[in-house]
Design a protein around this ligand. Structure first.
Ligand SMILES: CC(C)(COP(=O)(O)OP(=O)(O)OC[C@H]1O[C@@H](n2cnc3c(N)ncnc32)[C@H](O)[C@@H]1OP(=O)(O)O)[C@@H](O)C(=O)NCCC(=O)NCCS
Length: 304
């Protein structure tokens, strides 16, 4: 009996993803050795726009991509994933072309893995920076370590400054948005408003009653991720991480913008080891907007 020839993969329809797609999205992550991260997908699909291609074998999704809009100033792109069994057949290129057509003139930014970078370069993205992923038990690597989370973090620069930290309260949100805008360089109120529900902990740093930084801690499988991390300087960033690290006995993970070498050195002393590295790339703008000196870590690599 004659069976119809399979649909060419690059002609498969692209559809919008919604919260009903959390499990197939997580399955696709697992297929590529990424954490399943349904919790993160939940945030991404409610605050951003997910695109997917259903697998022609009927087993979930063959490919995903996500855009996170920040008005006309910026759209972040992330979660570009193609199931291993459909790799190298043009699905990622097709999804990226679709996204680029959809956003029109809005500048794009993303964190590229080594696997993704050649495609983005081919599509006209330029490298503008790097991020280092570090992870491990916070406090395990200091002098006298391994120590566990309760041991003091080594050479805490914060102890020389008068920065204090505390859990964020509901009425901090406005001040947090005001602090964030010039640092991130685009309005991400729609994300920040979701942080209290998304995070296990949202911590703010203050000096003389003025907000000088904030950071969130959120769960990713067995790990707790620190991000976003916005701080006036390294000392405030350290104070925030130390405070968040003390609230959990799980391993921590942070994607630190590579220019922040002092923080990376301190994290290494604190027991967090290099895990991987990504390249920050932009399209339509020469660099990320905002203030790189105060931007220490993104919320997730998919959101900036
Ligand atoms: C990166 C990824 C999405 C590419 O998906 P894909 O559908 O296989 O890619 P395409 O078939 O559209 O290929 C597009 C181009 O990407 C590059 N590319 C694809 N896979 C690659 C790989 N494993 N290593 C290096 N380059 C690769 C090539 O330039 C390719 O063009 P070519 O086939 O003409 O040489 C896929 O490998 C994947 O899901 N990887 C794991 C998750 C990941 O790293 N995602 C990127 C996040 S930034």
């Amino acid at each position: 009996m004659h069976s119809p020839s399979p649909h060419p993969l690059v002609e498969l329809p692209i559809r919008h993803l919604n919260r009903g797609d959390l499990v197939p999205c997580a399955d696709l992550c697992e297929d590529r050795g990424w954490p399943r991260d349904e919790h993160r997908w939940g945030l991404l699909l409610s605050a951003g726009t997910g695109y997917g291609i259903d697998a022609p074998d009927g087993k979930g999704l063959a490919a995903t991509c996500l855009t996170m809009p920040y008005g006309a100033d910026l759209t972040a792109v992330g979660m570009l994933l193609v199931a291993e069994r459909y790799a190298r057949r043009g699905l990622a290129r097709r999804l990226m072309r679709h996204v680029m057509e959809t956003v029109g003139d809005t500048p794009l930014a993303l964190y590229a893995t080594e696997q993704g970078q050649p495609l983005y370069e081919d599509l006209g993205f330029s490298p503008v920076g790097r991020a280092e992923r570090v992870g491990g038990r916070f406090g395990a690597g200091g002098p006298g370590g391994p120590g566990g989370v309760s041991s003091p973090a080594p050479t805490l620069v914060a102890s020389r400054s008068s920065v204090t930290t505390r859990p964020a309260a509901a009425d901090d949100l406005q001040a947090l948005v005001r602090l964030d805008l010039p640092v991130f360089g685009a309005d991400r109120t729609h994300i920040l408003a979701r942080l209290p529900a998304f995070s296990d902990r949202l911590q703010v740093a203050e000096e003389h009653g003025e907000l000088v930084g904030y950071a969130a801690l959120w769960p990713s499988g067995p790990t707790e991720v620190v991000g976003p991390l916005i701080a006036r300087d390294t000392a405030a960033a350290q104070a925030l991480i130390a405070a968040l690290g003390a609230t959990t006995d799980r391993p921590l993970r942070v994607d630190v913008e590579a220019r922040h070498k002092e923080l990376l050195g301190w994290l290494a002393e604190s027991g967090l080891e290099p895990l991987s590295r990504t390249t920050v790339m932009t399209y339509g703008i020469p660099d990320l907007p905002g203030d790189a000196a105060r931007r220490f870590a993104p919320l997730t690599l998919a959101t900036g």
